[in-house]
Write a protein that binds this ligand. Structure first.
Ligand SMILES: [Zn+2]
Length: 392
């Protein structure tokens, strides 16, 4: 049995198709063909909206799903981080597991096929093994500012990595696993150098330039992060003042052909973009700018300069971040915010970010992200209000 779908518009993962095209799949959603309405024959299901391949959520913290409505919005990043650290542990194991299960189901129902998930714990493993149909890329996150603890931190991260590597996933595959830095301000120089060695040729992720204070820290040794360090008991700065922005300070530590997902980029300026393009050329790294606009509005009430980044044709992917800083884990909601704040950017840029770019960044472009014969990429309907639902 075949299914035949048409809609107001069809986006194939890369571009809009011309009008009156029909997507033909088998009952499981395996793509058979894209053809014209004249050749498709009878029984075409017409959907009101845009048909898209399954979506990719390039940045989520599934293990923080129990933190919905726990942290107040617009506190700024440092206050936000202190609240996450102090509150994340005060929930029962059952509440944490139930929230993970619900968040996973919510993501799947909206058409998310693959996700890049930040893991500080093994809390999400049970759901990923037993019920999740999403293809996960697990980023085991390292926070390490004290070099005397470096070996312990990396031994723990390696043990967690092995758990995720040896898991028996319900989706039958993973997109991969790697150890990654949390953020420029939470990993020491030696930590970065060790991460570079561990991740040669692999895909990593980092929370990048999430606020201006992050640049102030590296450029001048000033700003909000000094409060955080004081609270954590540091007498002197645990990072080096480089007189450069955050991105320009740590990125040169990575020269192993990594695929790097730069998350947030709220305080990324023109000089950073130019530096990134030059560095990509010199070192053969592959950067992806991950946009999480709803989390940016929740935490900092500020958005990245997406028009600037787009003018340099840097590739975007899209993430929801976690329930600690978002009201939903919906790629459609993120695209709605992007379309509202950047009406001059063609919607196809954001749809590509959420489909083929996301699949590429996760390393699953050989099976997801586009309507290609033989693929089973998921079939998603996006309505006028940008909400999405899984059709297959
Ligand atoms: Zn995050």
């Amino acid at each position: 049995m075949y299914r035949k779908f048409s809609a107001n518009r069809i986006f194939d993962g890369f571009q809009w198709l011309r009008e009156n095209q029909v997507l033909i799949t088998d009952n499981n959603g395996k793509i058979e063909a894209l053809t014209s309405i004249e050749k498709a024959g009878d029984d075409i299901e017409f959907l009101d909206g845009i048909i898209l391949p399954g979506l990719v959520n390039a940045h989520v913290h599934l293990e923080l799903s129990h933190m919905k409505n726990v942290i107040s919005p617009n506190t700024g990043l440092v206050q936000f981080l202190m609240q996450v650290v102090s509150k994340r542990g005060s929930f029962s194991k059952d509440i944490v597991q139930e929230a993970i299960r619900e968040a996973d189901k919510e993501m799947w129902a909206q058409g998310i096929m693959a996700a890049g998930d930040i893991c500080n714990t093994a809390d999400t493993l049970a759901i990923k093994e037993k019920s999740s149909r999403i293809i996960w890329r697990n980023f085991i996150e390292v926070i390490s500012l004290r070099d005397e603890n470096l070996n312990t931190v990396f031994n723990n991260a390696n043990a967690l990595l092995r758990q995720f590597e040896s898991a028996d996933y319900q989706s039958a595959i993973t997109a991969g696993n790697s150890i990654v830095p949390h953020a420029p301000y939470s990993v020491s120089k030696n930590g970065f150098l060790r991460l570079n060695q561990l991740t040669t040729g692999n895909t990593i992720s980092i929370h990048n330039q999430e606020c201006e204070a992050e640049n102030d820290l590296f450029e001048y040794g000033t700003g909000d992060f000094l409060h955080l360090y004081k609270m954590l008991g540091y007498n002197k700065l645990p990072v080096e003042i480089t007189h450069k922005t955050s991105l320009q300070s740590y990125l040169p530590d990575f020269d192993g052909n990594q695929n790097i997902i730069l998350v947030h980029n709220t305080a990324t300026g023109k000089k950073d973009v130019e530096f990134l393009i030059q560095y990509r050329k010199e070192k053969n790294i592959t950067p992806w700018l991950c946009l999480c606009p709803n989390a940016n509005l929740y935490i900092e009430n500020k958005l990245p300069d997406i028009a600037l980044m787009n003018s340099f044709s840097l590739p975007f992917v899209i993430g929801t971040d976690s329930y600690a800083s978002n009201y939903r884990l919906s790629i459609g909601d993120e695209i709605a915010t992007l379309a509202k704040h950047f009406p001059e950017i063609d919607l196809s840029i954001f749809l590509k970010a959420a489909t083929s770019n996301g699949a590429n960044a996760m390393g699953v472009e050989d099976r997801l992200g586009q309507f290609k014969a033989g693929y089973t990429p998921g079939i998603v309907l996006m309505k006028k209000d940008f909400s999405t639902q899984r059709i297959l």
